[in-house]
Write a protein that binds this ligand. Sequence first.
Ligand code: NI
Length: 129
Amino acid sequence: MKIHHIGYMVKNIKKSTAAFIRLGYDMEQDIQEDHNRKALIVFMVNDSYRIELVQPIDESSDYYPLLKKYRNSPYHICYCTEYLDKTIDDLRWGGYILVRPPEKAICLNGKRVAFLSCLGVELIELVEM
Ligand code: NI
C-alpha cells in the first residue's frame, strides 16, 4: 500500500509547523480543528513526503494519552486504500486489531479513515482514496 502520510503527535502545533517549514516542508492547508477528535491538525508536504501534525486540544481529547507517549514524535503511518472495509477485513485476518472504526476525517475532506494495530507494527491508519 502506498503511504499517504506519517503522523506526528505534537505538543504545540504552531511551534512544530514553524520547525518543519525550516526543514523545507510547505503547509498543505491551514491548521484545522477536528471537533470529533478534539485535536488541531495540519498536513505538510516536502516533495513526495507528507506529514500530519496532531495536537490534542486539551486533556479530554482521545489523543491526550498518546501525547504523553509520543510527544513531538511520529506515532502512525497512514496507508492509502481503494476499499477501506475490505482492507480492514484482510488485515484483521492477518492479525491486526481494529482500534478505531471507519469515520470521516474532517481534515481530509471527509475521506473515511480507520486505525488498526498489530504486534510488531503498532498503530497504522488507512485512508480511503
Ligand atoms: Ni493520520
